[in-house]
Design a binder for this molecule. Structure first.
Ligand code: ACO
Length: 334
């Protein structure tokens, strides 16, 4: 048994915010942002919600797969920016789609969330618990950003991407002889480095505390950019190599590497460490910035719709994020 991604979709807020516009908010420049990150502009929500963006992306994925909402068995939304603590975003999406037969829940692994959700769905489908699922990465991370902090506000964007995944009972052999489906996956976390990229929730506050806590410093993303950079440039290539080794493959066997779109320099450094051509690492961060868990599925959808992914292509998806979390999944498109 393996899985097949039969539909992809994405949804972005209407409003584009350029680097030049950010220079009106903080002491920065278009040149600094482009040189240090590669980012030129990003989409920022002016009302679009995590749930609505997710539902839009799901509708497109279902449409491409030729499925109706009532056929969906599971909705798994990766997000760290839901509108509500309760109920979960997955249930909001289920309601918006009218996918009444689907189980639904959320998963938070920050920017590695979509990858972890895809791996989770793979395990469910492989175990025969469900036959299909919508896997989503959706974020309105702009609401967690301190717009007076130049070290973080220039990095992020909002958006959502989704895939429809189906169990394939029989092997699908592609024209190039490769068998479609997941070939290897690897997930990891280093909780001891949690403080280098974090965002506070409300502190415990109730009438029974001996002392009332100090007011929360503000639920904004706090990041030690250099530490995250070091972690990503070391861990992402190491994790990709380990996943490839699991499948007895080498870097040369891979057609495209879809990496979390945080920073062009991180992607270039990963390519260099892997000894792979940079043109195998498609990017959309120049237009969309870092959309956390949404970056990989949005990129996948853009490439798929542009006809840049073909049956039999071997893809490596790899992400990293707050946690710190990281992972890599090797799959053949079928
Ligand atoms: N504009 C102008 N100057 C800036 C800006 C800005 N937007 N931000 C920081 N600076 C300044 C700093 O204050 C510092 O000034 P100083 O030397 O006077 O102290 C100088 O630029 C250099 O700062 P560094 O932090 O050393 O810059 P660096 O080259 O490391 O780039 C960056 C910063 C882009 C954040 C980089 O460290 C990075 O990409 N890190 C990884 C971040 C990341 O990937 N985060 C997300 C991953 S997980 C997730 O997606 C949630």
């Amino acid at each position: 048994m393996t899985i097949r991604i039969s539909g992809t979709g994405s949804a972005l807020p209407q409003r584009t915010v350029t680097n030049t516009e950010l220079t009106e908010l903080v002491d920065t420049s278009d040149q600094w942002i482009r040189e240090r990150t590669g980012i030129g502009e990003r989409r920022i929500s002016t009302g679009e919600t995590v749930a609505a963006l997710a539902a839009d992306a799901c509708r497109q994925a279902l449409n491409m797969a030729g499925k109706t909402a009532s056929e969906v068995e599971l909705i798994l939304v990766a997000t760290c920016t839901p509108e509500l603590l309760l109920p979960c975003c997955g249930c909001q999406v289920q309601s918006m789609l009218g996918a009444s037969q689907a189980a639904a829940f959320d998963l938070n692994a920050a920017c590695a969330g979509f990858l972890f959700a895809l791996d989770t769905v793979y395990a469910y489908l492989k175990a025969g618990i469900y036959r299909n699922a919508l896997v989503v990465g959706s974020e309105v991370i702009s609401k967690l950003v301190d717009w007076s902090d130049r070290s973080t506000c220039v990095l992020f964007g909002d958006g959502a991407g989704a895939v429809f995944v189906e169990a394939a009972n029989e092997d699908v052999i592609c024209e190039n002889g490769r068998t479609a489906g997941v070939e290897a996956l690897l997930q990891g976390a280093d909780g001891s480095k949690g403080s280098v990229l974090s965002c506070q929730e409300r502190p415990v506050q109730n009438p029974f505390l001996p002392e009332q806590p100090e007011a929360c410093a503000g639920p904004y993303v706090h990041m030690d950019g250099r530490e995250v950079y070091k972690f990503a440039t070391r861990q992402v290539p190491a994790c990709i190599l380990a996943a490839l080794e699991q499948a007895e493959l080498t870097v040369e066997d891979v057609d495209l590497f879809l990496l979390h779109q945080a920073n062009e320099r991180i992607i270039a450094a990963a390519a260099k460490r892997l000894g792979a051509e940079l043109d195998k690492f498609p990017m959309n961060l120049q237009r969309l910035g870092n959309m956390s868990s949404a970056t990989i599925p949005v990129l996948l959808d853009e490439l798929n719709r542009a006809g840049r992914i073909h049956k039999g292509d071997r893809l490596v998806l790899s992400g990293f994020g707050a946690g710190l979390t990281y992972g890599a999944t090797v799959l053949v498109w079928g």
